[in-house]
Design a protein around this ligand. Structure first.
Ligand code: FAD
Length: 404
């Protein structure tokens, strides 16, 4: 079989290396890491880490000793090309690695703002530990920050910045916050909560230019003609999957590296997992590319099982969370393509769930401060179960009873 070489030591790459050893894989494992830190968790970068005072160690999956003990060769380098015929990966250092199986776990990178002055020092992004650390060190009470994009990362940052005493404006082109990801019920709740915390949200507009005094950002102009003062701009306008290595090696890519239901590319010696992978999903009957810890880690476990002799099509149930100020949003299933939404719980009490249906079938649940509903949804949906909209809306209906 030979060595497994994993390109990228994020959530997917780290989990694959760890799971391979758990499954008894005994050959060489190489984990290529291009970030200059031990493999770490990203979600806290816009949440607890940004808010807190803890050091980078608090983010690491495992201490250095783990990789040594598990005989995982954690190599600080970057893959620059793949020679599929020779089964070799060429590294930035000039070295090369032979593989029996290669796994692309290259993740995604920030989509950059393409307007004048977007390269100024006070225009920031939030994907890596270095970016989070440098933002954390930079922000101080009283600064004016304009957040571009009201997606998960923009809103998590906005809530943290507001809690730290910054003046926060969020500019979003869509008609509501998190419009692509959640139901209107959830958008409206978070819009109201952020507004009540003093965050100003501007919908249906975009930032058309960034003004500077030659060194620093001084403000922004909006598409509706308004100007806003700003000391800092934080951009959260989505990511681009890192597909170039695969494409350059002649592997099919689209809005991600194309893999089948086993997470294999067109080359039987190369898999792709996590944020970079566009995977065929028998569960959902199409191709999906998801950006979540669940997706990255469950993909990794599926490939680890395959490489140790237990191949099964990938069938993970998507789930996700986002912490914004005091509120916890949790999503189970895929809440897209629904035709009916039923609310359970109490929006006014900041504890409710939106049950999403398509053709009478439950497809996903978005919960705000209702961990019980979320866990119920994960278990029910993973088992291809459903409850009726009437049951979902009935506060006296026993969810747990529906699981047996
Ligand atoms: P990544 O974590 O992006 O790792 C890919 C790694 O590969 C990177 O280190 C990259 O530098 C490296 N790499 C790329 N190309 C090469 C190369 N050629 N050679 C070597 N290395 C390479 N998800 C949730 O479910 N819940 C959350 O609350 C949540 N919050 C988030 C908050 C933030 C601020 C961010 C940025 C993401 C958040 N996510 C959250 C998403 C989640 O972190 C990602 O889905 C997850 O990190 C994907 O893992 P991955 O391993 O596929 O990619």
């Amino acid at each position: 079989a030979g060595a497994v070489v994993i390109i990228g030591a994020g959530h997917a790459g780290y989990q694959l290396a760890a799971s391979l050893r758990q499954h008894g894989f005994s050959e060489r494992i190489v984990l290529l890491n291009d970030e200059g830190h031990l493999p770490y968790q990203r979600p806290p970068l816009s949440k607890a880490y940004l808010k807190g005072t803890g050091g980078p160690d608090s983010l690491m999956f495992r201490p250095e000793k783990f990789y040594f003990d598990q005989k995982i060769d954690l190599i600080s380098d970057r893959a620059v090309s793949i020679d599929r015929a020779a089964r070799k990966v060429v590294l930035a250092s000039g070295a090369s690695l032979d593989y029996g199986h290669l796994v692309l776990a290259t993740g995604a990178r920030n989509r950059l703002l393409d307007i004048p002055n977007a390269n100024l020092h006070s225009v920031r992004y939030l994907r890596t530990l270095d970016e989070s650390q440098s933002l954390r060190d930079y922000i101080t009470e009283g600064q004016r920050v304009v957040v571009i994009g009201a997606g998960f990362i923009g809103l998590e940052f906005a809530a943290t910045a507001r809690a730290k005493g910054l003046e926060v404006d969020v500019v979003e082109l869509g008609p509501r916050v998190m419009a692509r990801a959640v139901t209107a019920e959830i958008s409206e709740f978070f819009q109201a909560r952020h507004s009540a915390a003093g965050i100003r949200i501007h919908l249906g507009v975009q930032v058309t230019s960034i003004e500077s005094d030659g060194h620093k950002v001084t403000g922004v102009s909006l598409s509706d003609g308004r100007h806003m003062k700003a000391d800092l701009i934080v951009v959260g306008v989505g990511v681009l999957p890192n597909v170039e290595l695969a494409a350059d090696a002649g592997l099919p890519v689209a809005s991600g590296i194309i893999v089948d239901e086993h997470l294999l590319t067109a080359d039987p010696n190369i898999s792709a997992i996590g944020d970079c992978a566009l995977f065929a999903s028998p569960r959902f009957g199409g191709s999906l590319r998801l950006e979540s810890v669940q997706n990255a880690t469950d993909h990794a476990r599926c490939v680890a099982a395959r490489l140790t002799g237990d191949a099964k099509p990938y069938d993970g149930l998507p789930w996700f969370w986002s912490d914004q100020g005091p509120d916890k949003l949790q999503i189970a299933g895929l809440t897209t393509g629904y035709d009916r939404v039923v609310v359970r719980g109490d929006q006014a009490q900041a504890a409710f769930s939106a049950f999403c249906y398509r053709g009478g079938q439950l497809v996903g649940i978005e919960s705000v401060n209702r961990a019980g509903d979320h866990m119920f949804g994960r278990r029910l949906l993973a088992a291809y179960g459903s409850i009726s909209p009437e049951q979902a809306a009935d506060a006296s209906f026993d969810l747990k009873g529906a699981l047996t």
